[in-house]
Design a protein around this ligand. Sequence first.
Ligand code: M6R
Length: 590
Amino acid sequence: MCGIFGYIGNKENAAEIVLEGLKRLEYRGYDSWGVAEVTEKNHLISVKKRVGKIGEANIDDLPASSFAFGHTRWATHGGVTEVNAHPHLDCSGKITLIHNGIFENYEEIKKELIRKGHKILSETDSEVAVHLIEELNKKHLFNEAVRLAFNKMEGLNALVVINSEENSFVAVRSGSPLCIGFGKDANYLASDPIALLIHTKEVYFLEEGEMAVIEKRKVQIFDSKTKKIVNFKTQKLNWTFEQGEKGKFPHFMLKEIYEQPDIILEIASNGFIQAEKAAQIIKDGYGTYLVGCGTASYACLAGSYLFSKIAKKHVNFAVGSEFGYSLDFLTKDSVVLALSQSGETMDILESVKKAKEKKAKILSLVNVLGSSLYRMSDFKMIIGAGPERSVASTKAFTGMVSHLILIAYSLIDESEKGRQILIKAAKNSKQILVSKEVEMIKELAKKIKSKKHLYVIGRGLSYPTSLETALKIKEISYIHAEGLAAGELKHGPLALIEKGTPCICFLPNDETYGANLAGAMEMKARGGFIIGVSFKPHEIFDYYIPVGDAGEATIIPNIVVSQLLAYYLAIELKRDPDKPRNLAKSVTVK
Ligand code: M6R
C-alpha cells in the first residue's frame, strides 16, 4: 500500500534520490505522493505534494538538501487531494511526518488538539499524529515526544518524523513494515527493501514496536515501550539490483511471467532440502492449516489437493481474513503453513499472531527475506522467485506451487518424483512462452476483449487454476471473470451462459478430464465459446491452446497460459498491467 523512502547523507540532491526511491515503490499502488526536505543552513522544511502518478514529475524547484523523505499515499482516511497527501506539517512548520497504517483513535485526539489550538488542515488520521508530536514536544525532547505519541496511537502504524532542528529521522513501527538501509556516509529508510537495492544491500528490518533514530553515519534502535537500546544485527539482501528492473520487457508483469521456467528449475534443483524439513515438521505435528490471501490463497487451495492426492494427507485451508474465525481447534501441535509473496500482508500476519497465541508451529513460504512473516515464523522457506514488482502476482504463485509439490512428495519420501514433474512443468512453460502459443493467446485476447463476462472451469487441481485465472483476468483487464468448480455449473452459473460467452476449460491429462469435458459440453450446448486448455484437442473446442502434460505440476504451464491471456487482454484494452486501478501490491491494512 503506501510507500515510504528516506535519505540522509552527503549528496545534495536528497529530494531527487527520494523521488527515485518512491518510483521504485510505485508498484505498491498509490494515488498521490509527496516529498519533504530540510535545508541544513536555515533548517527550513520544503514540501512538494501532488495528486496522481509521479510519472515525469521533477523536484528541481526544491532547494539543494542532503536530508529528505517522501511518501506515496493510498487513500484511506480522506479523499485523494494534495492536502491529504503526505508529508504533513505541524503548526510551526518545523516538524514533518509520513505515516503508513491506520491511526484508529485519531478522532478523539484530534478534538483534544483542536481544543488546544492546533490547526489541522487535512481529513487524514496521519496529520493528527504530527500535531500530537508537536504538542508533546512542548514538554518533552523530540525523540521522546515521537515515542509518547506513537504509544498513544491505537492500530498498526509506521511513522517517520523529522524535526528540522535535528539531523535525524525518527522512525517507529508496529504492523506496517520499515527497513533501514546502511550506505557509505548515508543511511536510507524504505517501506520495502526493493527500493534500497540500488543503494545498498545491507539492511535492518525494524521489529514490532522498535524505534530508530537514523543519522547520516549512525543508527540507534530502541524499544518504544521500555526505551531500552536494542542491539541489532544487519542482514544482506540476496537480490540483485537488475532482478528488480524491467530490462528489455515493456512491463514487469511480462518479465516476471518469462522468468518462471528458470525459477521452477531452480526450485526443482535446490528446493528439496527445505521441502524435506517442512515435510518432517508436518509429519511431527497434528493437523496442518494452510493460510494465504488472493493468489497465495489459491496456491494454498492447490496445496490442499496436492497433499491429498500425492501424500494422502488431509490439510485445512482458510483465506487470511477468515482464518481467525476458524482457529478454535488449533493446539500446540498444529502446524500453520502461511504463504505470502511479500510477507507483509496484514491478514496473514494477524492469522499468524493468533495461531502463535495458541502455540501452534508457524511454517512460512515467503518471497521476501527478512519480511515480517519471515521473522515471525518458526521455520521459514524462501520461495526464491526474486523481486516481484507487478501488482499481479505471477512467479510467486508458480514458485509457491512448486515448493508445495516438493513438500507433498517429500511427505511420502519421493522427492525425486516431485523434482521430475517440476522439470517437465518448466519445459512445458517455456514451450508456451517461446513458440506459437504466445501468438495464439494474443489472438484469443483480441477475440474476447470486448466481452463483459467470462467463465473458467476446472476440477481437482484445475479448480484453483480456474480461480487464479479469473483473478488474474479481472485484476488487470477489468473484465468480469468467474472461476468455478466445473461440477457447480448446474447449481446456478449455467444460467449466465449465452451465445458467445467465453468459457475457459482446463482439461489436463488426469482423472478430471471426462467430467470436466462434460462441463465444457454443458456450456457449449448453451452457446458458450469454448476455449480448451489441454494436452489434446477436442472437437467441441472453439479455440484450443495446447499444454503438455506434467502430472500434478501441469497446474504451472496452465497458469502461464492464464497469465499471458490476462496480460494481453490488459494490453488490448489499454490498461496498465503493472498498476491496476484500486489495487496495491502489499495489502498492509485490514
Ligand atoms: O504478498 P502476498 O502474497 O501475501 O499477497 C497476497 C495477495 O494480496 C496477492 O496475491 C494479490 O491477490 C495479487 N494482487 C494477485 O495477483
